[in-house]
Design a protein around this ligand. Structure first.
Ligand code: GLY
Ligand code: MN
Ligand code: MN
Length: 436
């Protein structure tokens, strides 16, 4: 089914959720703007525009300076910015047939006039990146009490959102297959990146996030953004996703070329197995921290079996010896933001459950519920800066440093899938398009 046919239901659910949030916080209405482009210092060029996610949650329209006015019991008003500007092509209203009729459309040529058209409902809240303008209009900008409720609502995806995320996943999978071929043909990081954007038929800034295309040691740099022109790598860590109507996929695959060190390939198999074990444990009612702890328990076993750690798994876990090998969290919510909102919330009122001290990068501490969409992305990296502390520390004897030094030039391993929580477990939407 085309997810776009589900948009009217999505909007109704979102507006119901908003109505409850407004009632709980005492605001009569909400004004949301689509965003202002970032202009580089002392220049007249703009950075590629990314819309305010709260705007995109109600309206799939791309582009800056539009304003939504949402009031219970009233048709949503969309004040459109349609500038009279011959320098640039105006952002066309493409693919609007499935949603435009649901809004009262108004048009104006300047941002000021757009705000005038949207109106200034007395005492209303505002969400967006123009708090000064909102205050001048008598609106309360970005109130935390309302934001926390709407963010909480964003963590439960509607069927329209799940279908759209699946579309983004299918597209991202197509890019991964093309990139893998480019890698196996000896392509450079630049060439592998180009294979991805060509396969998903996108421009760079239309991807879900800046692609991570890492050959060998660069795989150990978790957010490696540079792209080298040297190819013929033995290992590719590719973390790339596509974007559809604002929703992104976030997919990582690690591929070994023929002749890659079999010990490293065996670690890759171990991380895949670990990912399957963790995925099988994901159920509604499970605190995600427990899944993250399970991943570290399994990782300790793998590091021990492979000889990297001499400590037995239980001891290694107690001493935190797997942490330098996987310093990031097991996963995060996925949606309009790649690291989607409300991962630390305990309820709509804004209370938070931060990650424990030993896992500071864990972005998701929620108890899993049906309708959540998240990534599951275990990894194993040889990161010199993190390993150095252990080389010099009291537990240095629990590591096989010679083996670590031999494997370090190959960088790291990550497998990242996107999964939807169902009533009984997960649906792994990435495996459906890109089996690993
Ligand atoms: N692509 C960033 C991440 O996996 O979280
Ligand atoms: Mn991720
Ligand atoms: Mn990723």
């Amino acid at each position: 089914m085309d997810p776009r046919s589900l948009f009217p239901d999505h909007l109704r659910v979102r507006l119901d959720c908003l109505e409850q949030a407004l009632a709980a916080t005492g605001f009569p209405a909400l004004v949301v703007s689509s965003g202002v482009p970032f202009t580089y210092c002392a220049d007249d060029h703009e950075a590629p525009f990314q819309g305010v996610p709260h705007f995109r949650h109600y309206c799939p329209l791309e582009g800056p300076h539009h304003v939504l006015r949402l009031e219970p019991g009233r048709r949503p008003v969309l004040a459109l910015h349609v500038p009279r500007d011959f320098w640039c092509e105006q952002e066309p209203m493409e693919d609007a047939a499935f949603w435009a009729d649901l809004f009262e459309l108004r048009e104006a040529a300047t941002p000021d006039a757009v705000w005038d058209l949207a109106g200034r409902p007395a005492g209303a809240a505002y969400i967006g990146d123009e708090p000064g303008r909102a205050e001048a209009a008598g609106l309360q900008p970005n109130p935390a009490s309302l934001l926390s409720r709407l963010d909480w609502g964003r963590s439960f995806k509607t069927p329209y959102e799940i279908g759209t995320l699946e579309e983004a996943t299918a597209l991202g999978a197509r890019g991964h297959l093309a990139s893998r071929e480019a890698f196996l043909a000896g392509g450079s990081e630049v060439a592998i990146h180009h294979a991805f954007v060509q396969a998903v038929d996108a421009l760079d800034h239309q991807l879900a996030y800046p692609s991570i295309v890492a050959l060998e040691p660069k795989g150990a740099i978790l957010h490696y953004r540079n792209k080298r022109r040297r190819g013929d790598g033995k290992v590719l860590l590719l973390d790339c996703g596509a974007r559809v109507r604002g929703y992104g996929s976030d997919i990582t695959r690690t591929t070994a070329a023929p002749g890659c060190d079999p010990r490293f390939q065996s670690l890759m198999g171990g991380i895949l197995e670990l990912q399957r074990t963790v995925c099988a444990a994901l159920k509604p009612g499970l605190p995600f921290l427990q899944a993250h702890q399970l991943a570290h328990r399994e990782l300790c076993g793998l590091l021990h079996r492979s000889g990297i750690l001499k400590a037995a798994p239980e001891e290694a876990l107690a001493l935190g010896l797997s942490r330098p090998f996987m310093p990031h969290g097991l996963g995060h919510f996925l949606g309009l933001n790649i690291h989607d909102v409300a991962g630390h919330s305990t309820g709509p009122d804004g209370a938070l459950l931060p990650p424990p001290e030993q896992y500071p990068s864990l972005r998701l501490t929620r108890t899993l519920e049906p309708g959540h969409v998240l990534t599951v992305e275990p990894g194993l990296y040889f990161i010199p800066m993190l390993l150095q502390q252990f080389r010099e520390g009291p537990y240095a004897g629990r590591f096989d440093w010679r083996l670590i030094d031999e494997l370090s030039p190959l960088g790291g391993i990550r497998f990242e899938d996107n999964v939807v929580m169902t009533g009984s477990g997960i649906r792994n939407i990435t495996q459906e398009y890109l089996p690993s």
